[in-house]
Structures are given as structure tokens and as C-alpha cells.
Design a protein around this ligand. Structure first.
Ligand code: ZN
Length: 360
């Protein structure tokens, strides 16, 4: 009996893994504005939420370097570079020194990389994984840096930030058309249909002129966008790093609109589902799911079973809050993400994990 068990262990497990194994693929999913209340609300509406299937859970503190309550720029910078910074800063430390981010390290290691968001791709969270500027408002500068970056796939809205005002109706007043200057080898797609039917990885997939529509007005889910990215990235078998953001959970909170929050949570969860399915198929994949901060100070007070709706809830503010947020992890390396962590510690761990990869 013992013999058979040993045989099964050694020969039949397709990918034998042990605790110390470093992941080859990393998928970081960020629900902007997603705290425990946002998850609690979505979980009431859909019982089989993918996010709550993950067993390994930590808590994360999100304070920025200069404020108890962070903004998305500072929190994403901490996760991307492992250092806390001031609110509004993108990829810079509090002294405005450029921080090397995990996407730059991943590129040096020969990994493929993708940044995906349901906002403009120049918005604070996606920007903080690629660009370096002292204000999140400088979206035209961010667009320029994004267009020159080595990230393999940038997918989201915000095409207007790349196009000149004159002639093409974009937002750029420097006359530059950043979608023209990509060179012949780089593919640019301008619609979700083009992206979903492409058999080549586009470097820029700017599928809206501004932000993506909210989930209820979209005919595709964030999960579909991720699934397509995975199928294009895995072709090269080099390993990959993906940051994918459910950007608008936050916007529902700013609007004190619980339906908006829940719909965006369910859309975000569709991406968590795809990521987990992938990680179960390829066990060299680490999946991390977290938020950058909570938005709205949401508290859930009463639920009406007869109509399946919350009939008592309150948003304490129209802004972010400083409460701890959960961090879910699945796959090799997930044991490092436990207890109460700083968002910058999550970033430091990612820097270490990616730095320790062999160069491909
Ligand atoms: Zn916000």
C-alpha cells in the first residue's frame, strides 16, 4: 500500500511541486476599492464567488507614505515597487527617485508581461506598474511612457491619451500620434472584437477612447479579457507576469452606488475564476487577489431575502478609507503572503520572487 502511494506521488503527479518552488507565472488581480464589505456584498448576491474559494488569506495595510488614507497611485506603486510613496506619485519614492518596478524586473528576466484594466490604461493603478511621474494627473506623459515601455500587452481604455487633438480628436496637445509611432513590428488593436479575435499579442489594445463602459453595459467580461491574454501569453512558454484591475469597484464606492459596486465585483470575480482555473491547470502559477484600498467606508446592515437585495447599508464617505483589506493567494509561493502585511511588503515579495527567476 505504501509502495503504491509512493508510486502515485512520484510518477503520476504531472508537476511535482514543493513549498520552496518559485512560481513561473504570476497573476496579480487588484480590485480597486475592494475591501471586505465589497466582497461581503458580492458574496451575498452570488454564493459561489471564486475569490472566496481561495484558502490562503492575509490582511493588508494600505497607508501611503504621507497619509493614513491612500490613493490608488501610492498603493499601486507600493505593490509594484515595494516602497511606500506619497499619494499621487506613480513609480517614484517620496523623494521622487525612480523605483524599479516588477514589470521592469520581469522583462530583464525574459518573462512576458501584461497590464489590463477596465479604466483608461493611463489611470493611476495600471500606470503605477509601468510609468514614473510625480502626478497621476499627468496622463499624457503617462501615455508617452506607456507607448515606449517594454510591456508586451497593455489592454484597457484611454486611446484619446495617445492621439493628437488636431485631426484625430484626441487629448494630446503636443501633436503627437503615439499609436502611429509604434514601428511595424508592434500590433495595435482598437476594438474589443479585434482583440478577442487576434491570434497575435497586441502591444497596445486600446479598446475605448476613454474608460471602458461599466460592466452592465459591456457585452464582454474582465474574465474574457484575461482568458484571451493568457492564451496569447502562454504560447511562448517563457513564464509571465500579469496585473489585471477591476477598476470600477472603486467608482461605485465614490458614487455610493451599491449596485454598481456589486456588478463590478462580479465582473472582477470572473477574472479571478479564469486565473484560478489557469493555476489549477498549470501549477507553476501564483495567483494573488487583493485591493489597493477600500472605497466608501461601506457597511452592510440589512438584507432582504425576499427580493435578494440589501435594504440597509451605508457609505460613510465618498472617498477611500484606511481599513485593512484582504489579500488572497493561491499557488507556489503563496505561503509568503500571510498575517498582517504592508502593501509594500507584498511588492517586496514580488520583487524577490521575480528577481530570483533564472534569466530566459
Ligand atoms: Zn478611488
Amino acid at each position: 500500500m505504501r509502495f503504491i502511494a509512493l508510486f502515485v506521488l512520484v510518477f503520476l503527479l504531472p508537476f511535482p511541486l514543493h513549498a520552496g518552488d518559485a512560481p513561473r507565472n504570476i497573476i496579480l488581480l487588484i480590485g480597486d476599492g475592494m475591501g471586505l464589505a465589497q466582497i461581503s456584498a458580492a458574496r451575498k448576491i452570488r454564493k459561489d464567488l471564486s475569490i472566496t474559494q481561495i484558502k490562503q488569506i492575509a490582511l493588508m495595510s494600505t497607508d501611503s507614505a504621507d497619509d493614513y488614507v491612500t490613493d490608488s497611485a501610492a498603493s499601486a506603486t507600493a505593490m509594484a515597487g515595494g516602497v511606500k510613496t506619497n499619494n499621487g506619485f506613480i513609480g517614484l519614492d517620496p523623494n521622487k527617485k525612480r523605483l524599479k518596478n516588477i514589470f521592469e524586473i520581469a522583462k530583464e528576466k525574459g518573462l512576458q508581461t501584461a497590464v489590463i484594466a477596465t479604466s483608461r490604461i493611463t489611470h493611476a493603478t495600471p500606470a503605477a506598474f509601468v510609468a514614473h511621474v510625480d502626478s497621476r494627473e499627468k496622463e499624457l506623459d503617462i501615455a508617452l511612457q506607456l507607448s515606449q515601455s517594454s510591456v508586451d500587452l497593455l489592454l484597457g481604455g484611454g486611446a484619446d491619451m495617445f492621439l493628437p487633438h488636431k485631426g484625430l480628436g484626441g487629448k494630446r496637445n503636443d501633436g503627437r500620434n503615439l499609436l502611429q509611432k509604434q514601428g511595424n513590428d508592434k500590433l495595435i488593436t482598437r476594438s474589443v472584437h479585434q482583440y478577442l479575435s487576434s491570434d497575435r499579442l497586441p502591444q497596445l489594445a486600446l479598446i475605448e477612447t476613454d474608460d471602458l463602459p461599466r460592466a452592465r453595459n459591456r457585452h464582454y467580461s474582465l474574465g474574457q479579457l484575461l482568458q484571451k491574454a493568457l492564451s496569447l501569453l502562454e504560447k511562448e512558454k517563457r513564464g509571465f507576469l500579469i496585473m489585471i484591475e477591476g477598476s470600477q469597484i472603486d467608482w461605485g464606492g465614490h458614487k455610493k452606488d451599491l449596485d454598481y459596486v456589486i456588478e463590478e465585483m462580479l465582473d472582477f470575480d470572473s477574472a479571478v475564476n479564469i486565473a484560478l482555473q489557469y493555476a489549477k491547470k498549470d501549477p507553476h502559477t501564483l495567483v494573488l487577489v487583493t485591493g489597493d484600498h477600500e472605497t466608501g467606508g461601506l457597511s452592510l446592515l440589512a438584507y432582504d431575502k425576499s427580493v435578494n437585495r440589501f435594504n440597509g447599508y451605508s457609505f460613510a464617505s465618498r472617498h477611500h478609507s484606511g481599513t485593512l483589506i484582504p489579500l488572497f493567494s493561491f499557488g507556489p509561493g503563496s505561503e509568503q503572503f500571510q498575517g498582517l502585511m504592508e502593501n509594500s511588503t507584498l511588492g517586496k515579495h514580488l520583487v524577490d520572487i521575480i528577481s530570483s527567476q533564472k534569466t530566459k
